[in-house]
Design a binder for this molecule. Sequence first.
Ligand code: ATP
Ligand code: ZN
Length: 303
Amino acid sequence: MSTTQVSTERLEAITSSILQPTAANGVQGRTAPFEEVIGGLTALITSHRAPGTEVLRFPPVMSRALLEKSGYLKSFPHLLGCVSSLTGTEASIRALVEGRAAGQDWVDGLAATDLVLTPAACYQVYPIIAARGDVPRSGVLVDVESYCFRREASSELGRMQAFRMREYVCIGAPDTALAFRENWKARAEELATQLGVPFTLVPASDPFFGRAGKLMAVNQVEQALKFELLIPVNSEEAPTACMSFNYHQDHFGNTWGLRTDDGAVAHTACAAFGLDRLTIALFATHGLDVDAWPPSVREALCI
Ligand code: ATP
Ligand code: ZN
């Protein structure tokens, strides 16, 4: 085994004992050691919070109308999960759930509600800040976290359907948002070094839907809008994206009417940390026994 090649036994142990598999693919219970590491990562990320940053925590659901307006549906319809519920009279609902509705399964009676499962933490932030009025050119900073859902096609280790995403978001002048993103790219490399994980930081693209989406992905890479910090988990050839650093230009600014105090459309950027993926990457790199992890890593995580 080379220094960065993770053994199959270790990966299997993470899948079956550090995480608790369930009947649903990509949906796992988190064990005490896993949560201990998540707690350490959370505190480490918090220690990098800039003064004046607003903190917002969200439940795993959000307004469907808000997500539609943000453009998610056009770009990632294949990943979206919508909350639906039974509607109708008491008699019709009872017939459905008791299997007495001729030729109808209870799921046939489901209707979409006004809620979707949140696919990325930062979507909730932009309309909230926009509703407050102009932002300073020097930027508004928000620390946000949410459980997120994505209807992922594969369930390889680290590709979950439900996972925690922590983000720092910046809304301000174009040079403010871009500088924030560049600053976080550099800090992320320091963080990964502190955590003792092998990593690369590379230009990346989002998994846009369909053939037109491929063009959008190429464009995203050409314009250097997204970078990912990758750590080997399943293989060295296809390392796993554990953090991402995104410059959205004026996309959310235009969508939500976000303006800086000089009247220009605000630009936005975010630094996103996949807490579950980072935790998996730590177990994959350092082994199953947290007590045996390198002292410097345990110190960084305060565990
Ligand atoms: P990928 O390229 O692996 O599909 P992504 O580029 O879509 O990921 P982002 O939208 O940038 O990911 O999400 C921010 C972070 O959330 C990622 O860096 C990753 O750590 C985490 N994340 C994304 N998808 C998943 C998932 N299915 N399971 C666990 N964590 C995830
Ligand atoms: Zn984001």
